[in-house]
Design a protein. Structure first.
Length: 310
């Protein structure tokens, strides 16, 4: 369904893509940029990582195979189809890479990715990963608590929210030519969500550095929220006093709220969120409140009406 020039996140599952984006034009645009012709697939530059197993990993779930985690992606900067990121994201340059840390902090700074990797021990965090489109995976991420970086920046008392901004590079990202989202991609968390021990910055998965399609070199992972909160290829982390605008909420505020907690009781306006299809499974399974992380995070939302703050 196309509302103005902003189709909705799950249109790719619900309607043929050709109805909401002219696929041939997209491919022509990508080819014109040189992506897909000369660029190796995103898999070219993964390096091995050493990661400590974390007690905060989800136990007893079968991992989604590497080929699905790296081949079935949402990264709209590279196009609307699940295969576009793997096909086109190899063109993105992830070195050198810096992240601006700014806003309401005592220590604003710009960190190179090499410095960021030294901020904390890299852990393996196995998390359920639930897309708002009602599919899910189980991913062995490698990363470290976002809180480690936040503490380094020393937020002031005015810092109530954190805004994340992804790279927007017209040279290498064919999706930027389309206005299905306002670029750059932006997401946000409340400060207590950002400081929560389950919230990580991921730099790898399956003990390899992230492939570009998964948001190399640095992306957010918030396991109790829908996948779109996990901004990829982050270039700026800004501390702010007001709730920041986010890409999906701006595109369609009725369908994508700021909080975006996984909640089987609050349906998307166009489909149920009560169930999900684990990639690789045939039958759908019930979706768990807060994606199964309720014991850890429900207290963050005490007293909030989650149908209003969805
Ligand atoms: N910059 C950016 N980040 C993004 C997206 C995007 O389009 N652009 N898609 C989001 C969505 S909708 C999901 S479900 C997850 C997918 O992450 P994965 O491809 O690593 O599974 O990334 C999120 N982060
Ligand atoms: Mo998603």
């Amino acid at each position: 369904m196309l509302i103005g020039k902003k189709p909705n996140i799950a249109s790719s599952e619900i309607t043929p893509k050709s109805l909401w984006l002219d696929r041939r034009r997209f491919i022509a645009g990508a080819a014109a940029l040189g992506a897909g012709l000369v660029i190796p697939r995103g898999g070219a530059n993964a390096a091995r990582l050493k990661a400590m197993k974390s007690p905060l990993s989800t136990q007893g779930e079968e991992l989604t195979p590497f080929k699905d985690v790296t081949g079935y992606n949402n990264f709209y900067e590279f196009g609307p189809d699940k295969g576009d990121p793997a096909a086109y994201a190899g063109a993105m340059k992830t070195r050198p890479w810096t992240v601006e840390i700014s806003g309401e902090v005592m220590k604003p700074m710009t960190l190179g990715i090499e410095d960021i990797l030294k901020l904390a021990t890299i852990e393996e965090r196995i998390y359920r990963h639930r897309c708002v489109e009602a599919w899910s995976m189980v991913v062995p991420w490698n990363g470290f608590p976002l809180s480690a970086l936040i503490k380094r920046a020393e937020p002031t008392s005015k810092a109530k929210f954190v805004e994340f901004t992804s790279l927007a590079d017209r040279e290498t990202m064919p999706g930027l030519a389309y206005s299905y989202l306002d670029w750059p991609y932006r997401e946000g968390l409340r400060m207590d969500e950002a400081m929560h021990p389950l919230t990580i910055l991921a730099v790898g998965l399956y003990d390899k550095t992230l492939l570009n399609q998964n948001g190399a070199p640095l992306r957010l992972v918030v396991p109790w929220k829908y996948g779109f909160k996990g901004a990829k290829s982050i270039v700026r982390i800004r501390f702010v006093s007001e709730q920041p605008a986010t890409a999906w909420n701006t595109a369609n505020p009725r369908e994508y709220g700021f909080y975006s907690n996984v909640n089987p009781e609050v349906d998307h306006p166009r489909w149920t969120q009560a169930k999900e299809r684990r990639i690789g499974d045939f039958f759908r399974r019930p979706t768990l409140m807060f994606n199964g992380y309720g014991d850890e995070v429900a207290s963050l939302y005490k007293g909030m009406d989650l149908k209003v703050f969805f």
